[in-house]
Design a protein around this ligand. Structure first.
Ligand code: TXA
Ligand code: MG
Length: 287
């Protein structure tokens, strides 16, 4: 079990086809068994050994966005154990683009199941310094690949429905998909039922989060305008830069013994969908 850097967040990786290894990952994360893992591969030629009935559109998306932050949900091959897919007959697959992740995949010759290397519902780590000590302790090896470039998890796109549906907004936007001819439904468009592994509270620091229009002078948190004190972190106005800093900034504030972390609401436009999704889940009260 190896902590690996990816371009999105750090992952806790193991052999995706080994159910005992997969069970250990669920244990260490404290993750419910019905929350499916993402299987990582290094080459598109591995796809057919893991998935069946691959729609043309999936091939098109893979060609365009792999390696990169897009995960495709497809029908699974028999060889993928139910432990990996949370009992579903589908499997989520992506090729990450971090050179260290790709090297581990190639050298091991395995398909690697790698959930984010955080405990269930906690913030994902985007640098080794932000890893939970329990994860550090439990992992057999930790590979430090520096800070993650994208900073939020991959976009999960369900290819088992037509049109495909974004189950989790992430590093690839709906517009990016549209630009390559894929008109995907967004998570909100259609999800009466919650998709597997998408919980209301998620990606959350220990400190309570409150979303506001504007920080007051005395508030600690994330702002978009120039900070009024040392407890305010100014976030970039550019969405990709904002995403790449978000989790690390929240980890930092989470260590500052605050009562509340206030966060200025970013612009409500489609390209900010992944940020709004994470902020909404992080600020949702514990159940
Ligand atoms: O960016 C990422 O995707 C990171 C890095 C490490 O690659 N991994 C990641 O994995 O975010 P994880 O386990 O934290 O999130 C996986 C999510 C599940 O919670 C679920 O929402 C979705 O992917 N998923 C996985 N398999 C699925 C399936 N068969 N059907 C629907 N959704 C699935
Ligand atoms: Mg996760």
């Amino acid at each position: 079990m190896v902590v690996i850097p990816t371009e999105t967040v750090y992952g806790l990786a193991c052999d995706a086809l080994n159910k005992d290894a997969v069970k250990r990952v669920f244990d260490i994360k404290g993750r419910p068994a019905d929350n499916p893992l993402i299987v990582h591969i290094s080459d598109i030629s591995q796809l057919e050994s893991l998935a069946v009935e691959i729609p043309d559109e999936a091939g098109k998306a893979a060609e365009r966005f792999w390696p990169g932050p897009l995960t495709l949900v497809l029908r699974k091959q028999q060889c993928v154990p139910p432990e990996t897919t949370g009992g579903l007959d589908s499997v989520a697959i992506r090729i990450p683009r971090h050179p260290v992740a790709l090297a581990v995949l190639r050298e091991s010759g395995l398909a690697l199941a790698a959930p984010s290397a955080n405990r269930f519902t906690e913030l994902s780590p985007t640098s080794v310094e932000d890893l939970n000590p329990a994860i550090l302790e439990a992992a057999d090896l930790v590979l430090d690949g520096g800070p993650c470039e994208v900073g939020v998890e991959s976009t999960v796109l369900d290819m088992n429905q037509s049109p495909p549906r974004i189950l989790r907004p992430g590093g690839v936007t709906a517009q990016d998909l549209k630009d390559c001819g894929i008109e995907a439904l967004s998570a909100e468009d259609s999800s009466q039922r919650r998709s597997p592994g998408q919980y209301e509270r998620h990606y959350a620091p220990k400190t309570r989060i409150v979303l506001v229009e504007k920080l007051r002078e005395q508030d600690a948190g994330l702002c978009l305008s120039p900070p009024a004190s040392g407890q305010q972190i100014q976030m970039p106005a550019d969405v990709t830069q904002y995403q790449s800093m978000l989790y690390h900034a929240l980890h930092q504030l989470d260590h500052a013994n605050l009562e509340v972390i206030y966060i200025e609401r970013p612009p409500v436009t489609a390209e900010w969908a992944a940020v709004h999704d994470r902020l909404r889940k992080a600020s949702s009260p514990p159940s």
